[in-house]
Write a protein that binds this ligand. Structure first.
Ligand code: SAM
Length: 284
């Protein structure tokens, strides 16, 4: 029996709105493969039609069972080439494909990236937030309690944090971010990137909640929300120059606990914040 060489699996990025963002390589790949595995074949039919691509499609989505996965593996081992696409952007990034790529790689079959658009990269590239180190969190939990716990766990993350969000939850999510990460934390909301109503809003979380509330159009479409990382200094933003002077004077006469309590009484500031500030001064 002659061993047939395996086909290759191509992971092809497609536009997130503006069809001009498709790459030449993506088009050539989609035209030349034997099959296109698509998250939603009806949705992708429109893309393929636009570019006069007639390659046969098969469905591969989040709920595809192992039979479907095996079918794609069989196609590949029998020498057929397959391109995986999602509804928009890069497959596997908050989109189906991980299990397929893992399985295919385990079988020693080549997986080839055909890079292109990804909403979070496009958003980060225009946000003006630190981009040297960042974390991508995808979609947060849909339910408020779970979402708040999730945000709590991220509250001391020092890197820029990137989320995906839908129109149903954008206001609730940004409001929870404000409540948990603090109203002064800076953030950027990138909406409808590459589309007609592309908007990039920036400001502290309170300002962003106000902007979303004031104009319901700002709650429509698709969103990438980027929040600047936690800065140690944020913790003590209430300790202004006069307060630190008062604390320093009190600390010359009193132990930390008493000095913090007295300063809290005089300024109305939080006793615990003042205590933590005093401890941090001792350590520094
Ligand atoms: N795989 C895609 C990628 O590479 O970005 C992401 C797919 S995920 C199911 C869809 C989410 O991506 C949307 O809910 C939104 O958060 C974000 N997104 C997709 N297109 C976008 C756009 N044009 N503008 C802003 N965010 C977008």
């Amino acid at each position: 029996m002659i061993n047939q060489p395996s086909g290759e699996l191509y992971i092809v990025a497609t536009p997130i709105g503006n069809l001009d963002d498709i790459t030449h390589r993506a088009l050539n790949t989609l035209k030349s493969v034997d099959f296109i595995a698509a998250e939603d074949t009806r949705h992708s039919a429109r893309l393929l039609q636009h570019f006069n691509i007639t390659t046969a499609m098969i469905a591969y989505h989040e709920h595809s069972d192992t039979k479907r996965l095996q079918k794609i593996c069989q196609l590949l081992t029998s020498g057929k080439s397959v391109a995986l696409i999602s509804d928009a952007g890069t497959p596997l990034i908050s989109d189906p494909g991980f299990q397929l790529v893992k399985t295919v790689r385990e079988q020693g079959i080549n997986v080839v990236p055909i890079p292109g658009v990804c909403a979070m990269v496009a958003a980060l590239s225009v946000a003006g937030l630190p981009s040297d180190r960042f974390v991508f969190e995808g979609f947060m939990p849909a339910k408020k309690n779970a979402r708040c716990q999730y945000l709590q766990a991220l509250s001391h993350e020092e890197r820029t944090i990137i989320f995906y969000e839908s129109s149903h939850r954008i206001l609730a999510s940004v409001s929870d971010m404000r409540d948990i990460l603090g109203d002064t934390r800076r953030a950027v909301i990138a909406r409808e990137l590459t589309k007609t109503f592309e908007t990039v809003l920036e400001g502290d979380l309170q300002t962003l909640v106000d902007k979303l509330t004031a104009d319901s159009n700002q709650q429509r479409g698709e969103f990438v929300v980027m929040v600047s990382g936690y800065k140690k200094a944020d913790e003590f933003s209430s300790i202004t120059e006069p307060v630190s002077h008062m604390m320093t004077t009190l600390l010359e006469e009193l132990p930390i606990k008493k000095a913090s309590a007295m300063c809290a009484k005089l300024t109305g500031l939080n006793k615990r914040d003042l205590y933590q500030w005093a401890l941090a001064q001792k350590d520094s």
